[in-house]
Design a protein around this ligand. Structure first.
Ligand code: PEP
Length: 245
């Protein structure tokens, strides 16, 4: 899978223009392609991309089903637009909006209950990498929000390893660092759900992945694709990354 995360970029008209360019060019990809857009784009994106190989994702959803939560958007609302995926646990949500493992567990539950597939982000901050405790951090993120899921539901999760120090910084994990962590993540999934589930789990790399470094990162056996921020905002770059998978 190659998934784009537009974050808080592109107004509706700009988003439609980018999605149209992608639709016209991404005709027969070798991998699943997803674009995650702001909420206000979702209905239009789902309509525009219907019948194309590009699926639509929300970047977040609420941790409540419905009710008096001004400004929030529920998983049910996301699903009603025609979007089929939801990113949950992005480091920007954890950091700026104080989303805890418990909150994220609830979001995952609501997304799955409403028929969405989940791209769940995990990854350590720079200090944790420097202290060499990245494995413990990532393991506890998975245990805290995912590992009470049934096997059937866990199979609807795509994991995205995003070292926080690499997001939007131009610092990319080396192919070796990415492979080591992805192999660790897969072995942790195997401990919980068994090897067959681990082998079937898609684990994306995210963090300054771009048109130049994608092919090398994706050549690792445990790197199943990418979650792409900045480089997903320009159609030619995003298409180069898709073709690198
Ligand atoms: C992201 O935010 O998910 C991401 C990977 O961003 P960037 O590619 O810009 O580092």
């Amino acid at each position: 899978m190659v998934a784009g995360n537009w974050k808080m970029n592109k107004n509706l008209q700009e988003g439609v223009a980018l999605a149209t360019e992608l639709k016209n060019n991404v005709t027969n990809p070798q991998c699943a392609v997803v674009i995650a857009t702001p909420f206000i784009h979702l209905t239009e994106m789902a309509r525009l991309l219907k019948g194309s190989p590009i699926a639509v994702a929300a970047e977040n959803c609420a941790d409540h089903a419905s009710g008096a939560y001004t400004g929030e958007v529920s998983a049910e609302m996301v699903a009603s637009t025609g979007a089929t995926y939801c990113i949950i646990g992005h480091s920007e949500r954890r950091l700026y909006y104080h989303e805890t493992p418990d909150i994220l567990r609830e979001k995952v539950r609501l997304a799955l209950d409403n028929g969405l597939r989940v791209i769940f982000c995990i990854g350590e901050v720079r200090e944790e990498r420097e202290a060499n405790c990245q494995n413990e951090v990532v393991r506890s993120q998975m245990e805290g929000s995912l590992f009470d899921l049934s096997e059937e539901n866990f199979r609807k999760i795509t994991l995205a390893y995003e070292p926080v120090w690499a997001i939007g910084t131009g610092l990319t994990a080396t192919p070796d660092q990415a492979e080591q962590m992805h192999a660790f993540i897969r072995s942790t999934v195997a401990e919980r759900y068994g090897q067959a589930v681990a082998d079937d789990t898609t684990i994306l790399y995210g963090g300054s992945c771009n048109a130049k470094n994608a092919a090398e990162l994706f050549s690792n056996p445990d790197v199943d694709g990418g979650l792409i921020g900045g480089a997903s905002l320009k159609a030619p770059d995003f298409m180069t990354i898709i073709n690198a998978r």
